[in-house]
Design a protein. Structure first.
Length: 293
């Protein structure tokens, strides 16, 4: 065999082994039996996406069974999705035990999920390498609540996907800021249907969320007590559309006590921070505030 041909064979063998070594499986587990079968395997694995989904009307997944994934999964490099888990109460014991430092997260339709303190690890979770989405998990405790002050996901500084808080109805404002370190969201920033969110500052309106960059859309809607836009006053880039609808009475201009209103969006247009082609909807669905020509 010629030396060149031999080298080619060795190269392709090496390439094949490398591809096998670095390939990662994605899993969607959507029944208790599938979960038990998955965790019964003793070999740990690095996975891409992992979705644990409890379908409506199916047998509930006991929290203890969900926790067993830590003995099966070594690391998640894609997105961890926990969806419809009717008995899940905490992230502690899962996200702090699996290496999720490169992962994105989707928590959806988990009615008892409250403790998010697994994210209280600055080294692992100051930067979220994907989406961070909480959707219809009404009891979730944020770092602005008395019980979780400066814990929960309040250590996040950057989200490299979408950041969404949807239908959180637990108390979201106490003495501290809701997101005291968040500076950058590369995707959409969405807060929708959070009925006990008054502001993104601390309660005395003296310290604001330090957000500077939103790569996608800014959507604040159906937050029935949200009353000011403080926390969005230092944006340097807003890449998408703006929808701020059906919240509490947000002022049009800045008030005497420095509560920031819709006028800030007009400033962003004039300063070139807001894309000139962006669609802007402010006020209520029935009565829009017209600030932009």
């Amino acid at each position: 065999m010629k030396k060149l041909e031999y080298c080619k064979i060795l190269f392709f063998v090496f390439l094949s082994i490398s591809q096998l070594s670095f390939s990662q499986n994605n899993y969607t587990i959507n029944s208790l039996e599938a979960l038990q079968s998955f965790t019964s395997i003793s070999t740990k694995e690095i996975v891409g996406d992992l979705a644990i989904v409890e379908p409506i009307g199916s047998t509930a997944f006991p929290e203890a069974e969900i926790m067993k994934v830590v003995d099966r999964v070594e690391k998640i490099t894609g997105t961890l999705t926990l969806d419809g888990l009717s008995l899940l109460t905490t992230t502690v014991g899962i996200i702090d035990r699996i290496d999720c430092s490169e992962a994105g997260f989707v928590f959806r339709n988990c009615p008892l999920l409250e403790n998010m303190n697994a994210f209280d690890d600055v080294a692992k979770f100051s930067v979220i390498n994907g989406d961070f989405i909480i959707d219809n998990c009404p009891k979730v405790g944020t770092g602005a609540q008395t019980a979780y002050l400066d814990r929960s996901f309040s250590k996040i500084t950057e989200v490299r996907g979408h950041f969404k808080m949807i239908k959180i109805i637990s108390a979201m404002n106490k003495p501290e800021k809701l997101l005291p370190r968040l500076k950058k969201v590369e995707g959409d920033f969405v807060v929708d249907g959070c009925t006990r969110l008054y502001y993104f500052t601390n309660s005395t309106n003296t310290a604001n969320m330090p957000l500077e960059y939103i790569g996608g859309n800014l959507i604040l809607q159906n937050n029935s007590v949200l009353q000011r836009l403080n926390g969005f006053e230092n944006l340097k880039h807003l890449g998408g559309n703006v929808t701020i609808l059906d919240n509490a009475t947000i002022p049009v201009g800045q008030t005497d006590d420095e509560v920031i209103g819709y006028c800030k969006i007009k400033y962003y247009e004039l300063a070139g921070i807001l894309n000139k082609d962006a669609q802007v909807k402010l006020g209520t669905t029935s009565t829009l505030v017209n600030l932009l020509p």
